[in-house]
Design a protein. Structure first.
Length: 317
């Protein structure tokens, strides 16, 4: 197992390196010039040239990349072109917001998705399965941004005790922080829960036909123990993979929801930075998203053997 994890860690480092190269080149392929943006309307060519030299944009790409990596190794993401603030400071303010929203979304979506998936599998061919499938279809079909707009209107007119925008830190007021995040988290969790539900149902149905489940039932074991201890536990390997992938997607894909609900997360920060041609901020946000994907997948690989003892490394029995 240790060898397997070391191999995976080496692959993760290589992936992060390649991601940094792609992010660096991709951001510089965007149309526009930060120096021209900073120079304002009708910029003087000399002013633009001076700004490019100050930002290091007049140097070869290889030199810029080396300086970029050196900064990353020292925890320096550079300074924002538009505000002059350290990018690390901006990320430190925005990242906790997105992490809280993401974790609450995963918690809600996992509980709803796994519960409805188990019910659908255990009540196959009955109305609970039809209801769960209908919920899954709606969750995958209806766009989150449309649900978010409807939710804002409903909360503002009916559930007035819930705020429709803004953010409060849990360290200041935990209850207020939860009320500000619960509605956007539930909106984000609709499609997430639908995917988890489908995978849980499919894995449970497959597990019900395996020999160990049939043997457990033949021994007279209680159905609740058969479902939870045998079928569900061995179905969680596939479900865990889906949750891990969706977690990475949520970290980088909550920009629209953050914009609608006024949450100062990294998605909203990335959108503003793209429009202002703020290279350092865009690079940092995209790279952090890529690193999150890699680390989450590495964690999922490590958890496989914890959830399912049958999983062995390198094909060993």
């Amino acid at each position: 197992m240790l060898t397997h994890l070391m191999t995976k860690a080496g692959q993760a480092v290589l992936t992060i390196f390649l991601a940094s190269v792609v992010v660096f080149l991709g951001v510089r392929a965007l149309p526009g010039d930060p120096a021209v943006t900073l120079a304002g309307d009708n910029p003087d060519p000399q002013v633009v040239a001076a700004l490019r030299a100050e930002l290091g944009l007049d140097q070869p790409l290889a030199t810029q990349y080396v300086r970029y990596v050196e900064g990353l190794l020292h925890g320096d993401f550079g300074e924002s072109v538009s505000s002059g603030q350290p990018v690390a400071t901006m990320l430190g303010q925005a990242l906790p917001v997105t992490l809280q929203l993401t974790l609450l979304t995963v918690l809600c979506g996992s509980l709803i998705g796994v519960a409805t998936g188990v019910v659908a599998a255990c009540r196959r061919g009955r109305w609970p399965e039809w209801a769960a499938n209908g919920f899954s279809l709606l969750g995958l079909s209806v766009p989150n941004f449309w649900l978010a707009i409807l939710a804002v209107s409903y909360v503002a007119s009916v559930l007035t005790f819930l705020p429709t925008s803004g953010y409060v830190s849990p360290t200041q007021d935990p209850w207020a922080a939860l009320t500000h995040l619960i509605v956007p988290a539930l909106i984000l969790s609709t499609s997430f829960a639908a995917i988890v539900m489908r995978q849980t149902r499919a894995s449970m149905l497959e597990a019900f036909g395996t020999e160990y489940v049939l043997a457990a039932r033949a021994k007279g074991m209680r159905e609740t123990r058969v479902v939870l201890h045998h079928a569900l536990r061995n179905s969680l390997v596939v479900v865990l993979t889906i949750i891990g992938l969706q977690l990475g997607a949520l970290l980088s894909g909550a920009a629209v929801i953050e914009q609608i609900f006024g949450l100062p997360g990294i998605g909203r920060l990335a959108v503003r930075s793209v429009f202002s041609r703020d290279y350092p901020v865009v690079q940092a946000v995209v790279l952090i998203s890529a690193v999150a994907y890699v680390l989450i997948n590495l964690l999922v690989d490590a958890l496989y053997t914890v959830i399912d003892p049958r999983v062995r490394v390198g094909g060993q029995p």
